[in-house]
Design a binder for this molecule. Structure first.
Ligand code: ZN
Length: 297
């Protein structure tokens, strides 16, 4: 049986982190980024040990969103490509699905029930679904959380970024009074924080899952998780120097990846990768050679 385009982690397999933060992965379709861009300066001889390309040199990647429930609030992390990408672009980028509200409805969840929408950054495959086909916010009851730096970059005059950011969608959400610009590390609800990382884009942010103090009883969940955004798009790119050609600030990206990957390995954080085609979350561990890998079993 072919797998459905849209799917969510089954209720009974939802992960619960410290403080009762409940997380499910919402699979919102597929896209196929160009492998050369995706792996940047990493030689094909190295990355082809992990994955392969289609006949057009593209990688089969997922659009992974998170549905987070904490403190009585519902948080959607990322919006996928949305429904406004034209046919030609959908073909070049190999997009299937990508509609975040449609994905929620397909799994029996109401888009109007979402309180916060977190955008890791403003590239098309993350922020393209902020608004619907008519240009209205796709999540009518939500505040959209974006780093201030990212909004400023979208409106900046850097030629490199021209046409790469979802500036129009950002402005439509702002005009609707639903934009919440934040700066740095901000707790949205107890146990769910956004953390500005930069690196991939000027105002890229990750999402930290789990309260610092999870509860006193032995049976209380104590674990923590992280949604990496495109700072680390898939498990293939855990090596901290494997930055992509889409990273605007590669030197900063390597530094912040190094710091966070070390913490994630040392503290056993469960990792959610935006574009990973495999089962999530996974934990990572240090190798004998000083690198990192996905922990097996
Ligand atoms: Zn991406």
């Amino acid at each position: 049986m072919p797998e459905p385009l849209y799917a969510i982690t089954p209720e009974e397999e939802a992960r619960v982190y410290a403080g009762g933060v409940r997380v499910r992965v919402l699979r919102a379709g597929w896209f196929r980024p160009d492998a050369g861009g995706f792996f940047g300066v990493v030689p094909k001889a190295l990355w082809s040990r992990f994955t392969e390309t289609d006949e057009r040199g593209r990688l089969l990647c997922r659009l992974n969103l998170l549905l987070v429930e904490a403190g009585g609030k519902r948080i959607l992390v990322e919006t996928g490509t949305g429904v406004r990408v034209g046919e030609k672009d959908r073909d070049i980028k190999g997009i299937e699905g990508g509609d975040p509200a449609g994905a929620l409805r397909a799994v029996g969840e109401d888009p109007a029930s979402i309180d916060y929408v977190v955008l890791s950054h403003l590239h098309y495959d993350h922020a393209g679904g902020m608004v619907d086909a008519a240009g209205r916010p796709a999540f009518t009851g939500a505040r959209y959380v974006v780093q201030r730096d990212e909004g400023e970059a979208a409106h900046g005059d850097e030629l490199r970024l021209a046409g790469l950011m979802e500036t129009e969608q950002l402005d439509l959400v702002r005009a609707a009074g639903q934009l919440a610009e934040v700066q740095g590390e901000v707790e949205l609800v107890a146990g769910v924080s956004v953390l500005r990382t930069g690196g991939h884009t000027r105002g890229s942010q990750a999402v930290l899952l789990g309260a610092q103090n999870g509860g006193a009883r032995a049976e209380d969940p104590q674990e923590h998780g992280i949604f990496w955004g495109d700072l680390i798009p898939t498990r293939w790119q855990i090596s901290v120097r494997w930055v992509s050609a889409y990273d605007d600030y590669p030197i900063a990206a390597v530094e912040v990846r190094s710091e966070l990957v070390q913490r994630a390995a040392a503290e056993g954080w469960w990792c959610y990768f935006t574009h990973d085609p495999g089962d999530l979350p996974v934990q990572i561990e240090a190798t004998e050679k000083g690198g990192f890998r996905v922990r097996q079993g």
